[in-house]
Design a protein around this ligand. Structure first.
Ligand SMILES: Nc1ncnc2c1ncn2[C@@H]1O[C@H](COP(=O)(O)OP(=O)(O)OP(=O)(O)O)[C@@H](O)[C@H]1O
Ligand SMILES: [Zn+2]
Length: 627
């Protein structure tokens, strides 16, 4: 353990737990990277931070505080974005552990780990669910499973007939974008702008909808609010709801609609002013109080119009940012498993046997913890990151011309016709008029030590990443090309077809039983329980078909808490089966069936025989057949 240098990326909720577990397990050399500073909202679960640390660098503080677990450990803090670190940085470490909150940074770490053939242990959590995934070189990587796009809602529900607060919030965010994020303004809007918007959103817009007479047949109609002055004058004696709860912070309270109208007019004025000062369109950020005030007011007033229960700004912030509150216990469990996997991965580095390494899904439904370990999978032949081929080029970036780089590397790799790209820039394309770039030196395009440039063959499917190692001693012509194992070669037709077939199989098997990762695990509102028609056993979900086709963990992320709220369903396994007292499982075949039809479509599963219970205890996983 002591000989292994570890890299921990992200020292937030899970990262703080990981560093503690690593040190207490005997690891002594850890580099901690985090780009952020400590915020008040971190303190409830990032247990090593204190109020006095607010504003300080997370990585600095965590390294100082963690000395208490092992005073002689070598902890290196780096306050930076991981995306600024290249292959030579990553290659120092035996294992990379990611405890990040976004897919972009994970993808970057994954690519660096593939390039440098470094194992990566990725962690994540959302509420009571979490995961630890182990990515070993040569096996499945973070990008082998396509990442699901966030949930979208039917346009008609959002624009015409919202049924829930989330629909109003999506609409409010859209309006925020239209109003403040697309145009630049040179002068402040006049004083009328708030009132005009009020009319548009809450009066005329609603009247226009009501004009669609057929649409409203049999539906509850919305009520337009009139103009803001008239609406505000209705304000009788009412103040905010729940006077007795006045000790709650503003953000947690629900106010009368008139209060939201006043705040709405104010927020429009302030946002318009800001836009003029900034001289650029605004960006919606749930942490920007003004943007959030606008969205909360618009969403609540729309909810009021459509007879939907209004919610506090705090709750709306959660919906607007797809936030599921972090749970310290989930983070601690995930961190513990991750550290165990780091030890397994170190074993793999010696033996190259991967049996002990596992990825694990974590779920904490009431009163029990479900851990579901999975064997590591093979990589997806279609995965661009796994297919990635690279070489290292030792050069003097101040001397080497773009022309030389392209010509020599292309010659060495048998390229027919090469384009050169760096980041999102194309430096040279033979079909474009870019000849003058050929005469420039590499550093003029900010290509420096540890940069990765890309050579693409325009004729065949051949892409090679070139890792630049700058050496000031090297003269222009004396550069050195270093292969990482085999010499890169173009993908052959057979390999391509093989990849396609494999992908189809993969999709098949995934939809049958494998969980796949989503951006913010469980953060999207994928599945929702619409109703429980029979108290004990029947649940109606908004997307039963999807469930049947994909017994996929992601679709079930949100179920435990919803089920708990609705009824006492207690057992939900990580594979997506839902059960009550181990014996009643339901699934419904069609979308939007009526109650009678649903009852006909219910299939009960077999009861788990009593003597199987021993097994369940051993694994803490309940596995029940759907059919
Ligand atoms: N590109 C990056 N480079 C380095 N660190 C990153 C990068 N992206 C995210 N992080 C860090 O990863 C950590 C993730 O931790 P966590 O999910 O607990 O988020 P948080 O920001 O601490 O809390 P919350 O978002 O819930 O307020 C954060 O500390 C964040 O700064
Ligand atoms: Zn991959």
């Amino acid at each position: 353990m002591e000989q292994n240098k570890l890299l921990l990326i992200g020292v937030g909720g899970i990262g703080s737990e990981i560093i503690k577990c690593l040190l207490l397990s005997g690891y002594t050399e850890i580099t901690c990277v985090d780009l952020d500073t400590i915020e008040l909202s971190n303190l409830n679960r990032q247990f090593l931070f204190r109020e006095a640390d607010i504003g300080k660098s997370k990585s600095q503080v965590i390294c100082e505080r963690s000395k208490r677990f092992n005073g002689s450990a070598k902890l290196v803090p780096l306050h930076c974005d991981i995306k600024t670190k290249g292959p030579s940085f990553f290659s120092q470490f035996s294992v990379v552990i990611t405890a990040l909150d976004n897919v972009g940074a994970r993808k970057y770490a994954n690519m660096m780990c593939r390039i440098t053939k470094t194992p990566m242990v990725d962690t994540g959590s959302a509420g009571f669910n979490g995961q630890v995934e182990v990515f070993l070189p040569g096996l499945k990587c973070f990008e082998c499973t396509p990442i699901q796009p966030p949930k979208t809602y039917p346009v008609c529900t959002i624009r015409r007939n919202p049924e829930k607060m989330v629909h109003c919030v999506v609409w409010a965010k859209e309006e925020f974008k239209k109003e403040f994020c697309s145009k630049t303004y040179d002068s402040a809007e006049d004083e009328q702008s708030g009132e005009l918007l009020f009319l548009k959103y809450f009066d005329q817009g609603i009247k226009d909808l009501l004009a669609l007479k057929d649409f409203w047949k049999g539906k509850r109609k919305p009520t337009p609010l009139g103009n803001s002055k008239a609406f505000l004058s209705e304000k009788k004696e009412k103040t905010e709801k729940g006077q007795e709860k006045n000790d709650q912070p503003q953000e947690m309270r629900i106010f009368e609609p008139q209060e939201y109208a006043t705040l709405f007019l104010k927020s429009v004025r302030e946002l318009a002013k800001n836009r003029v000062q900034l001289r650029r369109p605004l960006i919606f950020d749930k942490d920007d109080p003004l943007a959030l005030a606008f969205v909360a007011c618009v969403a609540n007033l729309r909810a009021f119009i459509f007879g939907i229960t209004m919610q506090s700004t705090f709750e709306i912030k959660g919906i607007a940012g797809s936030i599921i509150p972090a749970v310290a216990s989930t983070n601690a469990i995930v961190a513990g498993i991750a550290v165990k996997e780091v030890t397994n991965v170190l074993g793999w580095l010696k033996t190259k046997k991967d049996e002990s390494c596992k990825s694990t899904w974590v779920g904490i439904p009431p009163k029990r913890i479900l851990l579901q370990p999975f064997r590591l999978e093979n990589s997806n032949k279609k995965c661009l990151v796994c297919k990635l081929q690279c070489i290292t080029l030792k050069v003097n970036v101040h001397q080497i011309l773009v022309k030389t780089l392209i010509k020599e590397v292309a010659k060495e790799l048998d390229f027919e016709s090469a384009t050169l790209g760096f980041g999102s820039n194309c430096i040279y394309d033979p079909y474009d008029e870019m000849e003058e770039n050929l005469e420039k030196k590499c550093y003029q395009f900010k290509i420096e030590h540890d940069s990765i440039v890309e050579l693409d063959d325009t004729e065949i499917d051949f892409n090679v990443k070139v890792i630049i190692v700058h050496d000031p001693q090297i003269k222009e012509q004396n550069f050195q090309i270093i292969f990482h194992g085999e010499k890169p070669k173009p993908t052959t037709k057979e390999e391509e077809e093989e990849g396609e077939e494999e992908e189809e199989e993969e999709e098949d098997s995934q939809s049958k039983n494998k969980p796949s990762i989503v951006e913010n695990v469980g953060a999207s509102e994928t599945i929702e329980i619409i109703d429980l028609i029979d108290e004990s056993e029947t649940i109606i979900l908004n997307k039963p078909n999807v469930i049947k086709e994909n017994k996929n963990l992601n679709l079930f992320k949100q179920l435990p808490s919803q089920l708990e709220r609705k009824r006492n369903f207690t057992n939900i396994s990580a594979n997506g089966e839902i059960g009550k007292n181990n014996d009643k499982i339901i699934h419904i075949e069609k979308d939007e069936l009526d109650e009678k039809e649903i009852k006909q479509n219910i299939k009960k599963t077999r009861k788990i025989p009593k003597n199987d219970k021993k097994d369940q205890k051993k694994t803490e996983i309940i596995s029940i057949d759907f059919d």
